[in-house]
Design a binder for this molecule. Structure first.
Ligand SMILES: *[C@@H]1O[C@H](CO)[C@@H](O)[C@H](O)[C@H]1NC(C)=O
Ligand SMILES: *[C@@H]1O[C@H](CO)[C@@H](O)[C@H](O)[C@H]1NC(C)=O
Ligand SMILES: *[C@@H]1O[C@H](CO)[C@@H](O)[C@H](O)[C@H]1NC(C)=O
Ligand SMILES: *[C@@H]1O[C@H](CO)[C@@H](O)[C@H](O)[C@H]1NC(C)=O
Ligand SMILES: *[C@@H]1O[C@H](CO)[C@@H](O)[C@H](O)[C@H]1NC(C)=O
Ligand SMILES: *[C@@H]1O[C@H](CO)[C@@H](O)[C@H](O)[C@H]1NC(C)=O
Ligand SMILES: *[C@@H]1O[C@H](CO)[C@@H](O)[C@H](O)[C@H]1NC(C)=O
Ligand SMILES: *[C@@H]1O[C@H](CO)[C@@H](O)[C@H](O)[C@H]1NC(C)=O
Ligand SMILES: *[C@@H]1O[C@H](CO)[C@@H](O)[C@H](O)[C@H]1NC(C)=O
Ligand SMILES: *[C@@H]1O[C@H](CO)[C@@H](O)[C@H](O)[C@H]1NC(C)=O
Length: 481
């Protein structure tokens, strides 16, 4: 229609009309704020200033239910936040607006309140809601020009760049991820991913209360479990002070590629990067990834090495709790000490290089001790089973002491800086030497067997000829299988 009518007007006029149409379209699309007396209904959206995110009503998967959410402004529906996770709308009656008291509220049928920012101690009712280009929906007090509420403080299943994942110790706010129930249902599922505030913080992915994966974000080298360290899209931070303990990632360039960290409804923590050419999400990393990332895969006092034929092996000085189970292999029983420590006589430590530190719930920390002092401290107490450096990036100070079983140790990379020092008895300190000796003995006997075999082959060849030899070799291979 437009193209036909344009034949009857001059080009400048056509351009002018087009510009007006586009401008009008933009006005109705480009709102990024809601003020009093304005509403967002089921057929309207908020769009962030740079166009990166949209807020509005959506229907997930095959569901007939409707939810208020925020999503990436891309061709694939990628919901990053949901307001009314637990109370879906069953029709298109939903309206988002500023309530009389200044709170942002979502009402349905007959003005029934579905969801609200629910701030009790609001000092003024003059507020504006705004969708920022980071994907953060904020409620701003116009008098004080401060954010009285922000969606970044109440994550759903997605961690966006700039979001804080963890604790505000002053207010007790715990920002964590909860999976959707299914692709059709954003209500909270069984899986959660949270910063576990023990003496030392770590991150835990759980199914209800069962631990599935553990991350160690406090390592001075940043999130050491995250293999996506060497990338050009985002950088990770871990903040720990008296007020806050949180993990965060930031984009190197705000206009660069889109990325997100999502806890899927099947319980996988997935890092995705948007490919703006093929228009699809590219999976970068996932946790738990390999078998060693599954929490406590090898049971207590064992180490998980993903590239080994035997994934689990006991720490030096320990043996399988049940050798029958270990042989199956069923590793969950883990390992126990071969001999009790006979403190304090002649004990020492065996260094385990490039590992992810075991579950920190077993550890005490002292941020001011050097590694040497840490060792001395461990030797002082017979229940101390291991020690490690708690800050591999700083000046080397930082001591971790374990007084129990060592759970969830995995080999990361021999080049990684994190080492663990396992306490062993004096006799076990000598055992590396013994092992070497055994190895030499084995090598020697293997060599003599090979020599014998070679002699046999030559002898067979000479006496019975090639055909007979092949027959002999095949029968040998079969019987050795
Ligand atoms: C939303 O509001 C617009 C403008 O007032 C109106 O045209 C539209 O029908 C409304 N949509 C719904 C679902 O109420
Ligand atoms: C939708 O929900 C409202 C209450 O929120 C209820 O009164 C109404 O019966 C529901 N409609 C349907 C079709 O389930
Ligand atoms: C905002 O609060 C003031 C003072 O409490 C009140 O007088 C006024 O009616 C409120 N405005 C609205 C729109 O509710
Ligand atoms: C409301 O309470 C919160 C938490 O208790 C506090 O951080 C905030 O400053 C309070 N706001 C006002 C306006 O009093
Ligand atoms: C996640 O945060 C919510 C709200 O602060 C809290 O109720 C819940 O216990 C937290 N979950 C975990 C696993 O930390
Ligand atoms: C975190 O900060 C607290 C308080 O400043 C300190 O006691 C604790 O040792 C710190 N932990 C780490 C891992 O840096
Ligand atoms: C795709 O991303 C690259 C890198 O961020 C950017 O230079 C390019 O302009 C983008 N292309 C489109 C079509 O958005
Ligand atoms: C950004 O995305 C484009 C394709 O969409 C890709 O070619 C480019 O490598 C990405 N940039 C980074 C830093 O990953
Ligand atoms: C930490 O050690 C340094 C140097 O030994 C010392 O000056 C400082 O007082 C110690 N701090 C604490 C909290 O013990
Ligand atoms: C050794 O450490 C354990 C566990 O922390 C503690 O209960 C015990 O009192 C300590 N023993 C000595 C002699 O310090």
């Amino acid at each position: 229609m437009l193209s036909i009518s344009m034949q009857f007007v001059s080009l400048p006029v056509a351009c002018y009309i087009t510009a007006i149409i586009l401008a009008l379209a933009k006005i109705s699309e480009a709102a990024e704020t809601i003020t009093r007396y304005e509403v967002i209904n089921d057929s309207m959206n908020l769009v962030s200033a740079g166009g990166k995110f949209k807020l509005g009503f959506f229907r997930p998967g095959n569901s007939e239910n409707r939810y208020l959410g925020i999503w990436f402004n891309i061709p694939i529906q990628t919901i990053v936040w949901v307001a009314n996770r637990n109370i879906p709308l069953n029709d298109s009656s939903g309206v988002l607006k500023i309530g009389d008291d200044g709170n942002l509220i979502l009402v349905g049928h007959t003005e029934s309140k579905i969801w609200s920012t629910n701030i009790q101690n609001m000092s003024s009712n003059i507020t504006i809601a705004q969708l920022l280009d980071s994907g953060n929906l904020v409620l701003r007090d116009e008098k004080t020009q401060t954010y009285v509420w922000q969606s970044f403080d109440y994550p759903s299943d997605t961690l966006l760049a700039g979001m804080k994942f963890g604790w505000n110790l002053r207010t007790g706010l715990n920002r964590n991820l909860t999976s959707w129930k299914s692709a059709d249902d954003p209500s909270p599922g069984d899986f959660s991913y949270a910063v576990d505030l023990h003496e030392l913080p770590q991150t835990l992915l759980r199914r209800n209360s069962v631990k599935l994966f553990r991350g160690v974000p406090w390592d001075g080298l940043q999130l050491s479990g995250d293999r996506a360290k060497l990338n050009h899209v985002f950088k990770t931070n871990f903040i720990n002070n008296s007020e806050e303990v949180y993990y965060q990632y930031d984009l190197y360039d705000l206009n660069d590629n889109l990325t997100t960290l999502v806890l899927t409804y099947s319980g996988v923590l997935q890092r995705l990067i948007w490919n703006n050419q093929s228009l699809e999400w590219f999976p970068l990393t996932k946790h738990p990834g390999d078998p060693c990332e599954s929490y406590g895969q090898c049971g207590p006092n064992a180490i998980c090495t993903v590239n080994d034929a035997r994934v689990c092996s006991c720490l030096a000085g320990y043996m399988p709790k049940s050798s029958e189970q270990w042989a199956i292999p069923l590793w969950s029983g883990g390992c126990v000490r071969k001999k009790p420590l006979n403190c304090p006589k002649g004990e020492g430590f065996i260094e385990l290089k490039g590992v992810e530190i075991p579950d920190l719930r077993q550890f005490r920390s002292n941020t001011n001790m050097t590694l040497k002092e840490c060792r001395v401290e461990c030797l002082k107490n017979c229940s101390c089973t291991a020690y490690a450096n708690s800050n591999t990036a700083g000046d080397g100070r930082g001591c971790l002491l374990s007084y129990g079983n060592l759970i969830d140790i995995r080999l990361v990379a021999l080049s990684a800086k994190q080492n663990l020092y396992i306490r062993v008895t004096a006799s076990e300190l000598d055992s590396p030497k013994k092992k070497q000796f055994v190895l030499v003995m084995v090598a020697a006997s293997v060599a003599s067997v090979l020599l014998l075999l070679a002699s046999c082959i030559i002898w067979k060849k000479r006496t019975q000829g090639k055909l007979a030899f092949h027959h002999w070799k095949n029968s040998f291979v079969k019987s050795s299988e």
